[in-house]
Ligand binder design. Structure first.
Ligand SMILES: CC(C)(COP(=O)(O)OP(=O)(O)OC[C@H]1O[C@@H](n2cnc3c(N)ncnc32)[C@H](O)[C@@H]1OP(=O)(O)O)[C@@H](O)C(=O)NCCC(=O)NCCS
Length: 182
């Protein structure tokens, strides 16, 4: 990606995440096109007006209970506000062959509880399973003197079985990202 691509994406994220709370748009100042960790791969949809949708991916080990699990983390998920409601959820399906090619046992993402219906749509076809009752701990992107270094959130977990099946997903109810999330 070139600098101009980062600048265009940063603007896209400010406009897309801004309406969910000014704080959520804050990381994307200037040319910064990531919030915490940086994706290794991005699925970007364009239309004549520029960036239309984005999904980021990063392979990493998370700890589920006491078990280290290799996952492809999915995050930085958004649709330009004027294109909402057109079914971006279905694009997760398009990413499936990519996840298989990357050789990961699982795809993994978190969403806020308000998006339960949204993720339920694509989990209905067995593509993903929603796990609730789990809390996740991640590291803040920046080390600061005035804040704790980690944050704990109660969110919905979305697991996509890729190389393994859902019965291989550990049963732990605390998930540690071992670093900042995407
Ligand atoms: C979340 C997001 C990607 C969904 O995009 P979308 O184009 O609306 O998705 P779809 O068309 O596939 O699905 C629409 C359904 O998602 C749900 N949904 C979408 N946005 C929602 C929101 N803000 N709150 C609650 N539910 C929402 C609704 O159930 C909606 O169903 P409906 O059509 O019956 O009302 C988009 O709203 C977005 O980019 N939001 C800002 C960034 C963000 O919050 N990203 C997720 C981070 S976890």
């Amino acid at each position: 990606m070139q600098l101009a691509d980062h600048v265009e994406l940063a603007e896209f994220f400010r406009k897309t995440f801004g309406p969910t709370g000014a704080f959520n748009a804050k990381p994307f100042e200037g040319s910064r096109s990531w919030a915490g960790a940086r994706p290794e791969l991005r699925a970007i949809g364009y239309d004549p007006r520029g960036v239309a949708a984005h999904l980021g991916l990063l392979r990493r080990f998370i700890k589920v209970g006491a078990v280290d699990v290799l996952v492809a983390e999915l995050g930085l998920y958004g649709v330009r506000p004027d294109l909402e409601g057109l079914g971006i959820g279905h694009s997760i399906r398009a990413l499936h062959p990519v996840l298989q090619e990357l050789g990961v046992p699982f795809g993994f993402g978190t969403v806020r509880h308000a998006l339960q219906n949204h993720v339920a749509r694509f989990s209905r076809h067995g593509l993903a399973t929603i796990v609730s009752g789990v809390c996740v701990r991640s590291t803040l992107p920046d080390a600061r003197l005035d804040k704790p270094s980690t944050r704990i959130e109660d969110v919905l977990i979305v697991v996509l079985p890729i190389g393994r099946s859902m019965c291989d997903w550990p049963s732990g109810t605390v998930i540690d990202w071992n670093g900042p999330e995407l």
